[in-house]
Design a binder for this molecule. Structure first.
Ligand code: NGQ
Ligand code: ZN
Length: 459
C-alpha cells in the first residue's frame, strides 16, 4: 500500500517551527516533499478548511479491551482495584474468537483515526486459542490486528508480547493467562512470522515487547534483545501499581525501573509504559537515557494507578508519549487534559507542564506527546519535509476556532472543547476521515454492536 501524491493547501498550519500562513504542501508517495508558507494555492491543490495540525501516535493499545470499556464500573467489593479489574478482563479474554478480535480492533482503529491518532502501538499478547491451544498458524491473532489496521487505514506498530510468567522470579502462569503464554523460542518464531507479513507494508512497523518484569526473566530479556534486530523499539509495562513495586523490591531489593536500568540498561529504543511510581533517581535515569515514558492517563485514572511525576520528569527533560491502553477514552484532548489536571490537583497549583521555551501548556503537551509518540512507535509524524504526510483539520465552524488566533488554538481545543473538533484526517496523503466519517462506519459499527451483544451479554 503506497501513499498518495498531490498538493494540499492550508491557510493556517502548525509546522515543526510553529504556526505558518498560506502553506502549500507537496506530497509525494505519502511523504512531504516540500512545505511552502506564504504561497498562492495552485488550482489543483486540495484546500483544507480549518486549522491544520499534525496527527500523533497512540503508544499503547490492547485492542480487545475496548469491548469492556465502561462495563467494569460496578462495585463488586469495597476493595476493588487494578487486580479485580484484571480478573474481569481475563474472563472477557476467554470468550474472544479471532473474528471477534478483528471486528473489535477495526472499530477501535477507526475511532482512533477520528480522534487524531494515525499510528498505534499495539501491545499484542492475545496469541492463542482457549486454554492456550495453538492456532494452526502462530501469527493468527496478529494477522487479525494487521487486517484491522489495513481496513481502517491506520499505521500499525505491532508489538508482539513475550509473556511467560505470572510473577517476579519466573512464577508459573495462572490459568487466566493461558492465551498469552510463549516460551522464548516460540516468541522468536512469532517475531519472525510477523516480520515476514509486514514486509512491504510501509505504514507498519514491528517492535519488541515484554509484558512486564512480572512476566519474563532476565535471561529471556537478554536472549530476545541479542537475537532480534537492534534497531527495533522495545516496550514494557512497568511500575504501574504500588504492589508491583513492592513485589519487585521483595524479589530483588530494587524497584522496577531501577532494576531494569541496572540489569538490562535503558536507551532511546525503550518505551516504559506507565512508569507511574518513580523515585527521583529513576526519573533521572529514564530522562538521561532518552527512553520514552508511555503515559496512559485515562486508563491509569480508571484503574487507580497513581499520578505520574510529570513535573519532575519535564524538569529532567524526559520524553513521553500518550496511549489509550484499555480504551475507556479515545481522545487526545482527554489524555493531555488528564495529565495536566492530575499534576494541578496534586500540587494545588496551575499551569504545571510547560517548558522555559514553551509557556503555553497546551502547545507543550501536544508537542511533547507528538515527539514521544514518534520515538516510541518508530515513525515520523509532524508537518515537516521527509515526514509521512499525516495531518488533521479542526472544525472551523466552532466559535473558539472561528475566532482564535493560531497561538491560542491548542489551548482552546485541549482545555475548553468537549465535542470532537477533528473533522478531516489524512494518513500518508490519503483522506481516511471526511467530515467526521470513515467509509467503513456503517459496516464496522454494526459488526461491533453484534460482537458486544454476543461477548458481553450472551445474546
Ligand atoms: C494488561 N493493563 O496487560 O492489559 C495490563 C493489565 C497486568 C494495564 N497494565 C494486566 N493497564 O498488568 O498484569
Ligand atoms: Zn497495557
Amino acid at each position: 500500500m503506497g501513499g498518495q501524491s498531490g498538493y494540499y493547501f492550508s491557510s493556517q498550519a502548525l509546522l515543526e517551527t510553529g504556526w505558518e500562513k498560506d502553506v502549500l504542501f507537496k506530497v509525494c508517495d505519502g511523504y512531504f516533499e516540500s512545505i511552502q508558507p506564504n504561497s498562492t494555492p495552485p488550482s489543483h491543490a486540495v484546500y483544507l478548511d480549518g486549522f491544520m495540525l499534525p496527527t500523533m501516535a497512540n503508544v499503547h493499545s490492547h485492542a480487545f479491551q475496548r469491548i469492556m470499556a465502561g462495563a467494569a464500573e460496578v462495585s463488586l467489593n469495597p476493595n476493588d482495584s487494578f487486580w479485580s479489574w484484571r480478573d474481569l478482563m481475563y474472563k472477557v479474554v476467554q470468550k474472544l474468537s479471532p473474528e471477534d478480535a478483528q471486528i473489535i480492533a477495526t472499530q477501535l482503529y477507526i475511532d482512533m483515526l477520528k480522534a487524531g491518532y494515525t499510528q498505534v502501538g499495539e501491545f499484542h499478547y492475545l496469541h492463542h486459542a482457549q486454554q492456550g491451544k495453538s492456532y494452526s498458524q502462530p501469527e493468527e491473532m496478529a494477522l487479525r490486528i494487521i487486517e484491522a489496521a489495513n481496513v481502517s487505514g491506520i499505521g500499525l506498530t505491532l508489538l508482539p508480547v513475550l509473556y511467560s510468567h505470572s510473577g517476579f522470579g519466573g512464577q508459573s502462569p495462572a490459568a487466566g493467562q493461558s492465551r498469552f503464554i510463549h516460551s522464548t523460542e516460540s516468541y522468536l518464531d512469532l517475531q519472525e512470522a510477523c516480520g515476514k507479513v509486514l514486509v512491504d507494508q510501509p505504514l507498519h512497523r514491528l517492535g519488541i515487547c515484554f509484558h512486564s518484569l512480572r512476566a519474563v526473566t532476565q535471561s529471556q530479556i537478554d536472549t530476545v534483545l541479542q537475537t532480534l534486530d537492534q534497531n527495533r523499539v522495545i516496550h514494557i509495562h512497568i511500575a504501574e501499581q504500588q504492589k508491583e513495586v513492592q513485589d519487585c523490591l521483595n524479589w530483588s531489593g530494587q524497584r522496577p525501573v531501577e532494576w531494569l536500568h541496572n540489569n538490562v540498561g535503558l536507551n532511546d529504543r525503550w518505551c516504559l509504559v506507565h512508569a507511574t511510581h518513580l523515585n527521583q533517581q529513576e526519573v533521572k535515569d529514564i530522562a538521561k537515557n532518552r527512553a520514552v515514558a508511555g503515559l496512559c492517563l485515562t486508563t491509569e485514572a480508571n484503574l487507580g494507578d497513581g499520578i505520574f511525576p510529570a513535573v519532575a520528569f519535564e524538569q529532567a527533560k524526559g520524553r513521553w508519549g500518550i496511549g489509550s491502553d484499555s480504551h475507556v477514552s479515545l481522545s487526545i484532548v482527554e489524555e493531555l487534559r488528564t495529565l495536566e489536571y492530575g499534576q494541578r490537583l496534586r500540587d494545588q497549583q496551575r499551569n504545571r507542564l510547560y517548558r522555559p521555551d514553551q509557556t503555553r501548556v497546551g502547545d507543550n503537551l501536544f508537542t511533547q506527546a507528538l515527539q514521544g509518540g514518534n520515538q516510541a512507535c518508530d515513525v515520523r509524524l509532524g508537518l515537516k519535509v521527509g515526514h509521512r504526510a499525516d495531518f488533521m483539520v479542526l472544525d472551523s465552524s466552532h466559535p473558539f476556532m472561528a475566532a482564535s488566533k493560531p497561538e491560542d488554538v491548542l489551548n482552546r481545543w485541549l482545555f475548553a472543547c468537549n465535542e470532537n473538533l477533528i473533522k478531516d484526517v489524512f494518513v500518508a496523503g490519503k483522506q481516511v476521515i471526511k467530515a467526521f466519517r470513515h467509509e467503513q462506519d456503517d459496516l464496522s459499527r454494526l459488526a461491533f454492536t453484534q460482537v458486544i451483544k454476543k461477548v458481553m451479554y450472551d445474546e
